[in-house]
Design a protein around this ligand. Structure first.
Ligand SMILES: Cc1ncc(COP(=O)(O)O)c(C=O)c1O
Length: 394
């Protein structure tokens, strides 16, 4: 396709946001007096560990399927980590948890993947029975609820990435049973990063700008990679005392909207109705309280499909390809399969019907000929050569 609007999973920043009034609606955790906002969620995790009194004698049970920066934040906070495997629904595998449960384990770290809530009530009860703290990582699940109760309120700590739901450049929020202090490092304005988000907004609406953006981006990425070969750079902690950018604080109240989660669900459902067979099993049914972060697709050759999607203007994301270097990857084939085979396309609240149709059509055209075999297959998940499709490992 010669010209195409560029659609990415990240919400963009409308140009008129500066002239809007504050919405007057404050969702959890922003409406909680104990909520603290840092520049990034990793800073929030680090602070939560401190206020929960965790240190070198505490073991935190963490999932093998993770971003990596949350693991780094826990390690930097001084705790020990121990990995557990997930089951085919991406829930903690009870057998794997119980094998790890020694007397020095203090915390269960639970990730709400892609805005789909885990059964947090069940895990809180399991933690109570085993005398553990529950740490809810809702980095991808801001605005998600379980039976009308926000995720992040079931555990002893909850963290959220605000910029994954709205087009602000940063913002990681935390609530804990003992609130941390406020960030103390120097405040930055954030003008350049806001400008880039505005450019993304224009690229979503103009096929000409979108195509230029899609053309230039790989070169800028390559340049950045040349300067820095470290594949783990994205896990770096930075300064844990960093406040959110001044423009993040100013713009967030203008962007929050009561309809956001419902609009994301609607967009997700639209793509689900069209492409259910491509979706990994944990994400094939949309729960009522979810606020989907993105629409996951499973493929035997994710890289090739992503490349094709770009031709139609869709910038999908194969997230979490690199695990934290502390993960003994060969022991966690199921989680590793997700890393290699699952990527996501956009469902954010600003997408229009014609943009959703663009995504749906692009998925259809890019996947034809790429036969997909689901991860949730026992013989596959027990195969250590997890980054290859099942049919080629027989
Ligand atoms: C599950 C999870 N936890 C924590 C984080 C940390 O977020 P931040 O990059 O804001 O530090 C991320 C980031 O993507 C994440 O995916």
């Amino acid at each position: 396709m010669l010209f195409a609007r560029r659609l990415s999973i990240w919400p963009t920043l409308p140009l008129n946001v500066h002239f809007r009034n504050d919405s007057g609606w404050l969702p959890f955790p922003l409406n909680d007096g104990g909520c603290r906002i840092f520049s990034r969620a990793r800073h929030a995790i680090w602070h939560a560990c401190r206020t929960l009194g965790l240190g070198s004698r505490d073991v935190v049970l963490v999932p093998a399927y993770h971003h990596g920066c949350e693991i780094e934040a826990l390690i930097q906070a001084g705790v020990k980590i121990r990995y557990y495997e997930l089951n085919e629904l991406l829930e903690p595998d009870v057998k794997s948890l119980e094998q790890q449960l020694t007397s020095d384990v203090s915390v269960l770290y639970l990730i709400h993947y892609l805005g789909f809530p885990q059964d947090a009530k069940r895990w809180r009860q399991w933690c109570n029975e085993n005398d553990l703290l529950l740490f809810e990582d809702a980095a991808q699940a801001f605005l998600s609820e379980i039976d009308g109760q926000p995720v992040g309120t079931f555990g002893h700590a909850g963290v959220f990435c605000l910029y994954k739901t709205y087009g602000i450049p940063d913002g990681g929020a935390v609530v804990t049973i003992v609130p941390p202090g406020r960030p103390t490092s120097e405040l930055q304005w954030g003008g350049w990063r806001v400008f880039k988000r505005h450019v993304n907004w224009v690229a979503e609406r103009s096929a000409l700008i979108g195509s230029v953006h899609l053309f230039i981006k790989p070169f800028t990425k390559l340049l950045r990679r040349k300067k820095n070969h470290n594949p783990y750079k994205e896990f770096e902690m930075g300064d844990p005392f960093s406040p959110p950018l001044a423009l993040t604080t100013k713009l967030l109240p203008k962007l929050v909207d009561e309809t956001t989660a419902a609009r994301r669900r609607e967009n997700y459902q639209f793509l689900l109705d069209e492409h259910r067979l491509l979706v990994p099993r944990p994400f094939q049914t949309l729960p009522q309280g979810a606020s989907p972060f993105a629409f996951p697709i499973e493929s035997n050759d994710a890289d090739a499909v992503l490349k094709k999607l770009r031709r139609y203007g869709i910038e999908g994301l194969l997230f979490w390809r690199n695990a934290h270097p502390s993960l003994p990857a060969e022991k966690f084939p199921f989680s590793m399969a997700f890393r290699n085979r699952v990527f996501a396309v956009p469902v954010h609240q600003e997408l229009t019907t014609s943009e959703l149709l663009q995504i749906s059509e692009a998925v259809h055209k890019s996947i034809i000929g790429n036969h997909t075999i689901p991860i949730a297959n026992d013989s596959y998940s027990s195969n250590p050569k997890n980054n290859r499709p099942l049919h080629s490992t027989r």
